[in-house]
Design a protein. Structure first.
Length: 441
């Protein structure tokens, strides 16, 4: 039985009381809720539970209008830093992500500002500089990039280049005395990732990998639910990140530039998010890699990867990624206490949706907190800027990216050999992390 009608009354006996507790415990005041099913032992129809009222009515709470929620979220001091005190970023690479997500995200940043551009296309760079009020003298090419060392406007660089170029530009930036925010995947291999970490350490500069999901509130709530055992212990997580790759010829389908296919690009979200949710590191992986024979897109890189990971707590992860199917970006965590929770969509830039389902008496109640919308790129830019301002280690430093590369190499090895691959035990999985930004949900 499905009932997707929103509810807005408040005559709630025991079931409604439990549901309110559930929300309050989670720190969420406002939810949309639906009864999605009756448990096998419940023989009543929806209409017979509460004197002719629908099941949805029996569990409902008052829902303030959407505008009231926005006002609540906007109240309080803005805590903006004046422009001259913000951290100045040079954006390296003006492709799709830089132009459509990162540059606009500076508009809502509290601590960061764009001050320089690095591009192989001077005309494009000049147009973008004019649009964002960046001085023409602060436009660099890939060749003269090292001159950023003489520019005090630039505190940090944000590397948004094809994956194979991340190592070179991280090392050159560190040598130029600049902090580095680097897009995911960190590099093309664990070996490259180690060299990037060393270069930044040697130069005394910060290195953060742009794992936006770890700063995004819906995903952070799922992490909190898992680690607090809100629904009991999470025993299984299943995740998928799939999409159809475009035409052959693009850098993402060239092994030398991308490092691999769907796995390091979009499968990485499943890998990194499951580690983030559980707060543990896998001890074993098993994988299958498959590419459709004759598909010209997959001459150099893989199409699909299915893999499983075992974690020390006993948690199991089942992950799917593909460059050859329609898009799906979601995950679900199954806990042992009559509940599951997850996101669908989980990895998009906007309109993420968290949902949870819990047995309450004979009913299965599905709930979807309305958490509003925050720009994920602004959140990660501001975190990096605050780490620089306060001299703190980022929450997702280079070591976080390295760990993903170590596991991805084990995934490929397992697929190649047809055998499970064991990983080194890590006693303190979060030891390399700095503090998380304060959650505001
Ligand atoms: P893109 O192809 O749109 O842009 C790449 C930029 O690099 C372009 O400006 C291009 O001119 C430049 N470039 C320099 N040398 C190049 C070369 N040899 N071949 C191709 N391009 C070259 O790519 P994108 O989607 O902006 O991705 C850039 C990086 O950002 C990648 O590492 C990618 O994984 C990452 N990314 C992250 C997210 C996220 O959500 N965090 C989303 C998309 C991309």
């Amino acid at each position: 039985m499905e009932n997707n009608e929103p509810t807005n009354t408040n005559n709630t006996p025991a079931i409604g009381y439990n549901r309110r507790r559930f929300m309050e415990d989670a720190g969420i005041g406002i939810l949309a809720a639906t009864v999605i099913g009756e448990l096998a032992s419940c023989s009543s129809s929806a209409q017979s539970v509460n004197g002719g009222k629908s099941l949805a009515d029996t569990i409902s709470v008052n829902l303030p209008p959407r505008d009231a929620l926005s006002e609540q979220k906007l109240s309080g001091p803005p805590a903006l830093l004046p422009p001259q005190k913000r951290i100045g970023f040079a954006i390296v690479g003006l492709g799709d992500l830089a132009l459509n997500q990162i540059m606009p995200a500076f508009g809502s940043s509290k601590y960061a500002k764009p001050v320089a551009l690095v591009s192989g296309h001077p005309d494009k760079a000049q147009k973008v500089a004019a649009q964002y009020g960046i001085a023409p003298k602060n436009i660099y090419s890939y060749q003269n990039f090292d001159q950023i060392k003489n520019n005090p406007d630039i505190d940090a660089v944000y590397i948004v280049l094809p994956n194979s170029m991340h190592e070179e530009f991280t090392i050159r930036a560190a040598k130029a005395g600049k902090h580095v925010l680097c897009e995911k995947p960190m590099a093309n291999s664990a070996e490259q990732a180690r060299r990037m970490i060393k270069a930044c350490k040697d130069a005394g500069k910060k290195l953060m990998i742009a794992y936006r999901i770890q700063y995004e509130p819906h995903n952070r709530l799922a992490m909190k639910w898992a680690r607090d055992k809100h629904f009991g212990r999470v025993k299984i997580i299943e995740l998928a990140n799939t999409q159809n790759a475009g035409a052959p010829g693009q850098w993402r389908l060239k092994k030398a530039l991308a490092g691999g296919g769907s796995l390091p690009d979009i499968g990485l979200y499943c890998l990194n998010t499951s580690r983030f949710i559980l707060g543990e590191e896998p001890e074993m992986v098993m994988a299958t890699v498959y590419s459709t024979p004759g598909d010209p897109r997959f001459k150099e890189v893989e199409e699909s990867v299915l893999w499983q990971m075992h974690f020390p707590s006993g948690a199991l992860v089942n992950a799917t990624t593909s460059y050859g199917t329609h898009k799906s970006r979601r995950y679900r965590c199954y806990a042992d206490n009559g509940g599951w929770f997850g996101l669908d969509p989980a990895f998009d830039y906007q309109r993420l949706q968290i949902e949870a389902s819990q047995a309450q008496g004979n009913l299965e109640v599905k709930q979807s907190p309305d958490m509003g919308e925050k720009d994920q790129f602004t959140l990660e830019l501001d975190h990096m800027a605050q780490c620089i301002l306060e001299n703190k280690t980022p929450y997702t430093p280079g070591e976080e990216g390295l760990q993903d590369h170590i596991i991805m190499e084990a995934i490929y090895e397992s697929a190649r050999t047809g055998k499970p691959v064991k990983l080194n035990k890590i006693d303190k999985p979060d030891a390399f992390r700095g503090s998380a930004p304060k959650d505001e949900f």
